[in-house]
Design a protein around this ligand. Structure first.
Ligand code: ZN
Ligand code: ZN
Length: 170
């Protein structure tokens, strides 16, 4: 199983190849090391929580290559435009239909990616969704974490702007 994370220090995207047996994540860009939560994995190596932030709210989505999907749409549109130009409506529609089918096929072929609501860490590979416990993105849960993120950002901003407001230790 592979973890894709965003470094907390420099925001660079990093990877841990076999996160199930790694003890820490190292940012390739700034060298920051962060210990991983070993208890996030069950006895058989299944993911039970996020190894990065220990949150057990995770969701699953299709690991769809959005760039490829978009390229397919643009290409088929360009080809069908040529057919329209030569007044050949059937092949023009055929190309559009084919690309829609290819898009659908692609959707079923691609695997799943499990994503953490809190840190947006991504998990791919065997054991990422043991017994299919993780479901699709839940708006209510997502909103809870979005609000949390906003509150943290707000607090950080307040601290940076007015350091005298931070209560001093006696
Ligand atoms: Zn970094
Ligand atoms: Zn996380």
């Amino acid at each position: 199983m592979e973890l894709t994370f965003a470094c907390g220090q420099c925001d660079a995207v990093g990877r841990v190849e076999s996160v199930g047996s790694a003890s820490e994540a190292v940012c390739a860009s700034c060298g920051t090391r962060r210990p991983l939560h070993r208890e996030a994995f069950d006895g058989s190596g299944g993911l039970r929580a996020c190894a990065w932030c220990a949150t057990d709210d995770l969701y699953v989505q299709k690991d769809f290559p959005w760039g490829l999907g978009l390229a397919l749409v643009i290409l088929s549109f360009a080809i069908s435009t040529v057919f329209w130009y030569y007044r050949r409506p059937m092949p023009a529609l055929g190309v559009l239909l084919l690309s829609a089918l290819a898009d659908m096929a692609l959707y079923y072929i691609v695997g799943d990616v499990v994503i953490c609501y809190r840190c947006l860490g991504q998990y791919r590979g065997a054991g990422a969704n043991p017994d299919r416990v993780y479901k699709a993105f839940d708006l209510a849960v997502g909103e809870r974490y979005r609000q949390e993120k906003m509150r943290i950002a707000e607090l950080k901003k307040r601290d940076a702007e007015a350091p005298e407001n931070v209560p001093k230790a006696p």
